[in-house]
Design a protein around this ligand. Structure first.
Ligand code: KIV
Length: 283
């Protein structure tokens, strides 16, 4: 390698490392100073690049990819290999955001040794920054064991889609006192175990605020009201690429699904009529 090339690669490396600014420590600082945390899902290189460029703090390679990308009814069928594939495509695009990869159903429940090896595979093969697991007390042993390897863990309580077959519904969780108290107690257990943050999904806003006030670690909500420390949405839902899913908590920022459909129809028409390609679009 020439001296100039060597200098250029050093320069590139230092730009990359100085722009990779969001760490779990930075998130805890944001909470401490009351700065809201932005989080969005991404499942591929192109979209993750856009999300990172927009300055989003945390990118979640969610197992919602099972629904949004793979067309499954639930997240249950998604595998570790599926998550690793998506995680790897995302981290290649990201320079700044913290990247969290969901551990899929069946890779951490009930066997903490398996949980640790699944988490290690995710970290080694995707080069992500952290993993996320659904559940509280019942998965605590797995959370603790993953943390022993120095892998940052994010919790997920409230509506936990991997347990949809147990719940039987995607309705709001923890409306009753007993379930709300269990959620608060689980949140404390996850914090005490060493999680760096928790996602709360589809619970009453008051409960979300209570958990955020009681915990020192950041609490990120999806349908958990405005009193939490940050918000997460599924990218394809907030962009309006997907249209069939319309919970109250979802704000659609664009109707890109309609835009895309109309562009594709126009192209179809142009091919059929011979309008595409024109003179300037050929060699
Ligand atoms: O998989 C996912 O997209 C998630 C979010 C809903 C938080 O877990």
């Amino acid at each position: 390698m020439s001296i100039i090339n060597c200098q250029l690669s050093i320069q590139k490396m230092s730009v990359q490392s100085s722009t990779k600014v969001v760490t779990t420590y930075r998130l805890s600082e944001m909470k401490a100073r009351g700065e809201k945390i932005s989080m969005l899902t991404a499942y591929d290189y192109t979209m993750a690049g856009l999300v990172d460029k927009a300055g989003i703090d945390v990118i979640l390679v969610g197992d919602s990819a099972a629904n949004v990308i793979a067309g499954h009814q639930t997240t249950v069928p998604f595998t570790l290999d599926n998550m690793i594939y998506h995680g790897r495509t995302v981290t290649r695009a990201v320079n700044r955001a913290l990247v969290v990869v969901d551990m899929p159903f069946g890779t951490y429940q009930g066997n903490s040794k398996e949980a640790l090896s699944s988490a290690i595979r995710i970290m080694k093969e995707t080069e992500a920054d952290a993993v996320k697991l659904e559940g509280g007390e019942e998965i605590l042993e797995s959370v603790k064991r993953i943390l022993t390897a120095g892998i940052p863990v994010m919790g997920h309580l409230g509506l936990t889609p991997q347990s949809i077959n147990k719940f039987g519904t995607y309705a709001v969780r923890a409306k009753e006192e007993a379930e709300a108290e269990k959620l608060v107690s689980d949140a404390h257990l996850l914090e005490e175990a060493g999680c760096f943050g928790i996602v709360l999904e589809k619970i009453p806003a008051k409960l979300g605020q209570r958990v955020a006030e009681e915990l020192k670690i950041p609490v990120i909500g999806i349908g958990a009201g405005g009193g939490v420390d940050g918000q997460v949405l599924v990218l394809h839902d907030m962009l309006g690429i997907t249209q069939e899913f319309s919970p109250r908590f979802l704000r659609r920022y664009r109707a890109l699904g309609e835009e895309m459909l109309s562009a594709i129809s126009e192209y179809h028409n142009d091919v059929k009529t011979g309008d595409f390609p024109n003179e300037s679009e050929q060699y």
